[in-house]
Design a protein around this ligand. Structure first.
Ligand SMILES: Nc1ncnc2c1ncn2[C@@H]1O[C@H](COP(=O)(O)OP(=O)(O)OP(=O)(O)O)[C@@H](O)[C@H]1O
Length: 247
């Protein structure tokens, strides 16, 4: 494994029943980058993310994370990664501070709680029950929980979904801060626009296959200014390909 790579996935296949959802994906994530898995709903982003963090098992292929085998070293890896899933289950019957303390107590390596509370702007909510808080605040709590063990890699499943634009800006600032601290962030999004703006590199998934894996800069250079959506991108790249074939 290249020391630059914190994730090295080769030939990953995942089938649910008879339905292939991830169909032979190979990709690497570099240390310290913000890496986006981009694709329309149902393309397999969440499944791939969950395979990369080891909470689902691939049917075929190898995944190394931080130089460790995702299956053999699952316990060790658990301490080095943090994640916020789309449906992170929060214990609604407890107060915010209790939730943070509880999750933090599971780990030997722990990030300073006051630092997490300040970063996620949770101070006003510490003594409130999780169930009484808005989706936006609950999402910040879920991200705070992902950080309690001061992870090397943070996995975020659609971090900007379901929150307003102001909260979305805050979320991207927090992600940028995590990168400044040297952490690697792997996230999913349906928005090409968002990925081009905030991710260093991105992998575009279509029907469980990697359609493009590139730096945001390289991809942006290939697209007309103002390309916002995956449909616009495919229309443009398809037109270039057809032009090349007929030349
Ligand atoms: N546990 C499961 N059992 C069976 N099929 C599943 C399971 N989880 C996901 N799928 C199916 O796998 C496909 C990929 O789902 P996945 O959630 O990975 O896609 P996605 O790109 O993350 O979509 P979204 O953006 O809507 O979350 C979908 O067709 C979905 O219905």
């Amino acid at each position: 494994m290249n020391t630059q790579h914190v994730i090295d996935a080769n030939g990953i296949v995942k089938t649910y029943g008879l339905i292939p959802v991830i169909r032979g994906i190979t990709l690497q994530v570099n240390r310290g980058e913000i890496f986006g898995l981009v694709g329309p709903s149902g393309s397999g982003k969440s499944t791939l993310l969950e395979l990369l963090m080891g909470i689902r098992q691939a049917d075929e292929g190898d995944i190394q994370v931080l130089g460790m085998d995702i299956k053999k070293d699952a316990r060790k890896l658990h301490h080095r990664i943090g994640f916020q899933l789309q449906a992170t289950v929060l214990f609604e019957q407890i107060k915010v501070k209790e939730a943070l303390q509880l999750f933090r107590s599971y780990y030997k390596k722990r990030r300073d709680l006051n630092d997490i509370i300040a970063m996620l702007k949770l101070k006003p909510y510490l003594n409130q029950y999780v169930r009484n808080l808005s989706d936006t605040v609950q999402q910040r709590i879920a991200l705070a929980i992902a950080l309690v063990n001061d992870p090397d890699i943070v996995f975020l499943d659609e971090p900007s979904v379901g929150i307003d634009s102001h909260a979305c800006d805050d979320m991207w600032s927090i992600i940028a801060r995590l990168q400044e601290e040297g952490k690697t962030v792997v996230l999913t999004t349906q928005s090409l626009d968002e990925a081009l703006e905030h991710c260093d590199r991105l992998a575009i998934l279509m029907n469980g296959k990697l359609s493009i894996c590139s730096t945001s800069q390289e991809l942006m250079c290939k697209l007309p200014a103002g390309t916002r959506s995956l449909n616009e991108m495919y229309a443009h790249l398809g037109a270039i390909r057809r032009k090349g074939e007929s030349a």
